[in-house]
Design a protein around this ligand. Structure first.
Ligand code: FAD
Ligand code: DHB
Length: 403
């Protein structure tokens, strides 16, 4: 039996993009339905990003979903860059007047799900979008299959494709209507969570002859650690002992390595490194937001922040459309987002190139990496440039930093 529903905006995906969009739309009195393939426990347990930009944190607070983040999140005023044994701190607060907050993506997701559930609004887990019907007419249709195999349809004025890189929404756009830009890096990140106090109060991004290492955290007792590894890495090749030994070697004995406490590792995963942009991020009544439209390599900690910035712009455009009937903002959506996205691609590519070991690197290339590090250490302008991108570009139309 086919049951039908109707809404203003049908949202595919309950990641940060879909959930935040639903929240912002509700605040503006716009009706939406969120459809998510996975179950609630899976979505809430998925370990990913951890750094929240200044403007993202302010937005979460402004819309009433930042209270736990403020309480439990860790405010970071800078980061450490390490080349070989040498360390240099980039002081965000002094250089930009801003900070970032370390708070797990799955905690943001939990807070948004709790807000939606509290408000009694529709969020369908274990419901997979199997087809999008975008034909002409005054509405679009989603075909959804629930856990019991039952098919339903949702008719909507618009569809928001917040379904991540592998979701069905981008695939529903005729290839001739979009241009895809892509770069795949020849390495990946092995990420772990461990019951270990952080080795340092701030994040350490280390460029080492053996490969990149990043020491982050989730709390004062849980460390989040990433090690550059092979693209086709097999987790079986990384028993816990090897991970700790490799981290020690990459941090070298300059103090930080000596602080490593080898706690229980309770999560391991491999993240491929990719850059990707889909232009435009719209096809008729379908709007893409977040990872469905773009991927950045994780070195700049930008993926979740970009996803939230997209839906901030999209929510405003829907608001304007439903209040006035004007589609001007919706028509500008893609162009507005892409300005920030390309600036963020630039930054993520820069950070990735600065900090990783590339097999193709010649001694000349290594010297240039070291020169960049030295430049960051000795030029306030260079350090300020890194800092202003790291804390995040403003949520203005053209992501302009200069006043
Ligand atoms: P997703 O979170 O991927 O959500 C998409 C949702 O759509 C999923 O729940 C999926 O199940 C659902 N879906 C897919 N297909 C369907 C379907 N057919 N029907 C219904 N639902 C569907 N970003 C940062 O900002 N800072 C960081 O520090 C950072 N670190 C990272 C570290 C790692 C290891 C990784 C992997 C990523 C990191 N990122 C970081 C990136 C960030 O996690 C992503 O950019 C973010 O998850 C994007 O959110 P999204 O809502 O667009 O997509
Ligand atoms: C984390 C992830 C990143 O990609 C990054 O650049 C910094 C921190 C994290 O998961 O904590």
């Amino acid at each position: 039996m086919i049951a039908a529903a109707r809404t203003q905006v049908a949202i595919i995906g309950a990641g940060p993009a879909g959930l935040m969009l639903a929240h912002l739309l509700h605040e503006s009195g716009i009706d939406s339905v969120v459809v998510e393939t996975r179950d609630r426990a899976y979505v809430e347990g998925r370990v990913r990003a951890g750094v929240i930009e200044h403007h993202t944190a302010s937005l979460l607070e402004e819309f009433g979903v930042g209270e736990r983040m403020r309480r439990e999140g860790l405010v970071h005023r800078g980061i450490e860059l390490q080349f070989g044994q040498e360390r240099h701190r980039i002081d965000f607060e002094e250089l930009t007047g801003r900070t970032v907050t370390v708070y797990g993506q799955q905690e943001v997701v939990k807070d948004l799900i709790a807000a939606r559930t509290r408000a009694g609004l529709e969020l369908r887990f274990e419901s997979e979008v199997v087809a999008l019907e975008l034909g002409a007419g005054d509405r679009a249709i989603l075909r959804v299959r629930d856990a019991g195999g039952r098919e339903t349809t949702i008719a909507a004025d618009f569809i928001a494709g917040c379904d991540g890189f592998h979701g069905p929404s981008r695939a529903a756009i005729p290839p001739s209507a979009i241009t895809l830009y892509e770069h795949v890096f020849p390495f990946a990140w092995l990420g772990i969570l461990a019951e270990s106090p952080p080795v340092s109060d701030e994040l350490i991004y280390a460029n080492n002859e053996r490969g990149f290492a990043l020491v982050s955290m989730r709390s004062r007792t849980v460390s989040r650690i990433y090690l550059q590894c092979r693209n086709d890495e097999d987790l079986a090749r990384w028993p816990d002992d090897r991970i700790w030994a490799e981290l020690r070697a990459r941090l070298q004995s300059d103090g930080a390595a000596d602080e490593i406490v080898e706690g229980r590792i309770f999560q391991k995963g491999v993240t491929p490194m990719r850059s990707f942009v889909c232009d435009p991020m719209r096809y008729g009544r379908l709007f893409l937001a977040g990872d469905s439209a773009h991927i950045v390599p994780p070195t700049g900690a930008k993926g979740m922040n970009l996803a939230i910035a997209d839906v901030r712009i999209l929510a405003r455009a829907f608001e304007s459309y439903f209040a006035t009937g004007s589609s001007e903002r919706l028509d500008r959506y893609s162009q507005t987002c892409l300005k920030r996205i390309w600036k963020t691609q630039r930054f993520s590519t820069y950070m990735t190139g600065l900090l990783h070991r590339f097999e193709t690197h010649t001694p000349f290339d290594r010297r240039v990496q070291y020169a960049e590090f030295d430049y960051l250490r000795t030029s306030r302008a260079a350090a300020a440039s890194l800092a202003e991108s790291y804390v995040g570009l403003p949520f203005t139309e053209d992501a302009r930093v200069l006043a």
